[in-house]
Each structure stands twice: as C-alpha cells, then as structure tokens.
Design a protein around this ligand. Structure first.
Ligand SMILES: [Zn+2]
Ligand SMILES: [Zn+2]
Length: 159
C-alpha cells in the first residue's frame, strides 16, 4: 500500500488501496486484516492529505461462542504526508508521515487506522446464543441440558 509522491498529480485525485496488515491486537481479535478501498488525495505544495473510509475484513473470534467468523468493518482514514520535513506541525490529530519524495509506505498508518476502528464487541451474529455458563456447550447447537437458574425476580421486567 504505497502512495507515490512523484506520480501523484497536483490537486485532487483518487488512490486505490489494497493490502494485508497484521493487527497485533491480541487474543480474540482478528490477527490480520485485508484492507481495501479508495482514498481521496489532496496534493498541495508541501503536503499530501489522504482521507476516506476503507473496508477491512478478517477472521475474528465471537465474544459469545468463541467460534471464528468473518468480520468486516469500516476504517476511517485521515493522514498527511509532509514533504517539508522541517515543518514543526504537531497539534494536528491527523497521522503524519514525513517524506519528501518517492513512494510512501502507508502500511503502518493504515494498520493503525484499522486497529483503532476495530469494533468493540464482535459476535458472529446478533442471535448468537453463546456458551452455557455451567457446562461450556455451544448453545447455538441446541440446549445443553443444564437446568437454568431461576431468574432473580428483581431483574424481571428489565429489557
Ligand atoms: Zn457466536
Ligand atoms: Zn450447560
């Protein structure tokens, strides 16, 4: 996933992005993500802004039943390549890459964006029944035969 500073036209243009990154988020998270989509480039004298929303996909673990399932999520991207490497720009929220010319490797920045946008709670489906708290059986395969604890009456009526 590269942005070629020498070939990017002045003004506005589009950059197609496709690639794979290792997320490194830990257990239960998708270990790697395939990122694809288009970024809008604004090529000004001293800087190139790249922004847009890319799509990421990977194999994640369901938080309820622990099964592996394909997860897709949106990755908002906003980054800036500063060609003026003496600039002291710091206050911006935007990801900064300092490079004067040639090909800029966007992999690290896009990995960061994909990791930041990773969904908080990943389940294989809204209807996933998860695992039985007593015996650990996957309840999506049917009831496990454990007797359910009676519901505390104080909680009844709550959604
Ligand atoms: Zn599940
Ligand atoms: Zn059970």
């Amino acid at each position: 996933m590269y942005l070629d500073l020498d070939r990017t036209p002045a003004g506005r243009s589009e950059l197609g992005v496709t690639g794979k990154v290792a997320l490194g988020l830990g257990d239960g998270y998708a270990p790697e993500a395939t990122i694809s989509g288009e970024l809008t480039l604004q090529n000004l004298e001293s800087r190139v802004l790249a922004s847009g929303t890319l799509q990421a996909s990977g194999i994640a673990e369901c938080a309820r039943c622990l099964a592996a399932f394909p997860l897709g999520w949106d990755v908002p991207v906003e980054l800036m390549v500063l060609r003026d490497t003496h600039s002291d720009e710091t206050e911006s929220e935007t990801l900064l890459i300092m490079q004067r010319d040639g090909e800029v490797d966007l992999s690290d920045a896009l990995r960061e964006c994909a990791a930041l946008a990773y969904p908080q709670m990943t389940v294989c489906g809204q209807e996933c029944r998860g695992l039985c708290a007593s015996c650990g059986a996957d309840l999506n395969g049917g009831p496990c035969g454990c007797v359910e604890e009676p519901v505390d009456p104080r909680w009844e009526g709550l959604p």
